[in-house]
Write a protein that binds this ligand. Sequence first.
Ligand code: NA7
Length: 539
Amino acid sequence: NGLASGPDLDVVVIGAGFSGMHALKSLRDRLGLKVRVYEAGETVGGTWYWNRYPGARCDSDSYIYCFTWDRQLLQDWEWSERYPEQPEILRYLEHVAKRHDLKRDMRFNTRVTGAAFDEARDLWTIRTDRGEPVTARFLVTAVGTLSTRNIPGVRGLDRFQGRWYHTSAFPKGGVDFTGKRVAVVGTGATAVQAIPVIAQQARHLTVFQRTANYCVPARNGKVDPDVVARRKAEYDQIVQRIRESPFGQEHWPIEKSVFDVSAEERERIFDAMWDKGGFAFWIGNFQDMLSSPEANEVCADYLRRRIRRTVKDPAVAERLIPRSHYYGTKRQPLDSHYYETFNKENVLLVDAALDGAIEEVTETGIRAGGRDHPVDIIVFATGFDAMTGPLTALNLRGRGGLRLEEAWRDGPHTYLGIAVAGFPNLFTITGPQSPSVLTNMPVAIEQHVEWITDCIAAMRAQGRRRIEAEPAAQEDWGRHVQETISGTLFPTANSWYMGANIPGKPRTFLPYLDPAGIGGYRKRCEEIAVKGYPGFALA
Ligand code: NA7
C-alpha cells in the first residue's frame, strides 16, 4: 500500500548542466535507477544556458572541455575553434541530450525550492515551484559552482533610467550595444571576455575596475586539422592523461624553481608559454610560482612588462597593472585583445584606487570619484557567490531539521567535498572543498559522477539505504583542505576562491587543491570506495 511503499524515485538531481546531464546518464543508464532532473532553465546547459554575454566562451581547450564518457562522440564532434563560444557549447550539450535521450527524465522551468531528509524513511522530500513534492532515496546537487549571481548593492540602481544586466542573465536575443554608451562593472574573467566585444559595438564604453587582473592571451582560433586528427587518434591516452593530471588539462608545472634557470632561459620559457596561450602560463609555470613571493614576483614582472608594451597610454597601463595580489592567486582571465581594447578612442578605464570607486548609480549613469559617467546600459560582470551560494540557496534540511546555511555559517564543512555530515544520502557534485573550480570542470564532474554512481551501486549491492559523512571525517577533511593551502599564496588574495568577493562571507579557501592534483584526489576517493567507505556511516 501507499504508506509502506518506497520513494517515488531513486534519485533526484538538481540542475541540467554538464553535471546533471552526466549524473542522469550514469545513474539511469548504468545502474538502471529511476532518476529525475529538475532544472530552473528551459533546457539543458546550466552555465552555458545562462551566460549569454557577448564574447562568452570556455577558457579550456575544446578537445578536453567536453564529456569523455561518450568515446564515439569524441570522434564525431567537430569544434569550430580552440575555445568555442557559448552558443556552440550549448548546441553540443543539446546534441548530447538528444543522443542519450536525457530530456525525457528532465523537468525544465522548475526550480527546487527546498528539500528535507526524512529520517524514519531514509529519503528526501523535494519541493519545487511546480506541482506536488516528490520523494527520492538520494539527492544529487548538480547546481554548479558559479551560478548564484552577485549583483552589488550599489545605491541608486533602482532609479537608473537605462537598462542593466548581469552577465549571467542576458536576454536571449542578446543586447544591441550599437550607438550606446555602455558601462561594464568588473574586470574578472567574464569582463575580460566581454569588454573587447562590447567595445567594438558600443559608441562609448566605460570600464569600472575595482581590482586589476593579470591577463594572458587565450590565442583562440581555428585548430590545425592535423592537430585535430592527431588528437582524435590518441583520445584514449588524452583522457587518461587529463584524469591523472594536476588540473584536468594537458599542462604540467615545470619541476624547477624560477631561480634554477638563467634569466635568459627563463625569458625564453615565459615567451613560449605566452605564445602558447591559454592556461600554460598559469598552471604550466615554475613549481614555486604559487608558493614563493620572490618566484611569483619574477613571473609578475614579466606580465607587467607585457601590459606596458601593449597599452599605449602609460597612465592607463599603470591602472591595468595589479597591485594588491600575487599573480595566479585569482582565476586567470584569458585575453582576446583585452589590453589592446584600452587603446581605443571610445574606451575609458575608471580605476577605483586612482580615479575613485563607484559611489552610486544615478538616473543617467554611474558616479565614481565625484565624476558622473553618463551611460545607457550597465553590464555587471561582478561574478558569483561561488561554490557555497548555489547550495545554501536550495533550502536543504538534514537530520533534525538542520539547515545547510546554518551548518555552513562559518564556511563550508564537507567530507571530500561530496558529502555533508547531518545530510544523509546527499551528494554534491563539484561541491566546496573539492577540486572542481581549480580544474577543467568536466574532468572534475566526471570523477564525482563516477564515484557517486559506484557508491550507490555498492550500497544497493549490500542492501544499504543510508550513507552519511561522519563528523570526525568531515573535520579532518576541513583541516586537510586548509593545511594544503597554507603553504601557498592563495590565502593572501581577496579572491572568490577565498569567499572575499561577497560582503560578509566567511573568509576560507573554498575549493580543494590536492597536492597531487585532480589525479591525486581521484585516487584518494577511489581508495575510500575500495576500503568500504571509511569516514561514512552506512546503514
Ligand atoms: P569574478 O572573477 O568574481 O569577477 C568579478 C569582478 O567584478 C571583479 O573584477 C570584482 O572586483 C568586480 N566586482 C565585484 N563586486 C563589485 C562591486 N561591488 N563593485 C565593483 N566591482 C565589483 O567574476 P567573473 O564572472 O568574471 O568570473 C567568475 C568565474 O566564471 C571565472 O573565474 C571563471 O571560472 C568563470 P574585485 O576583483 O573583487 O575587486
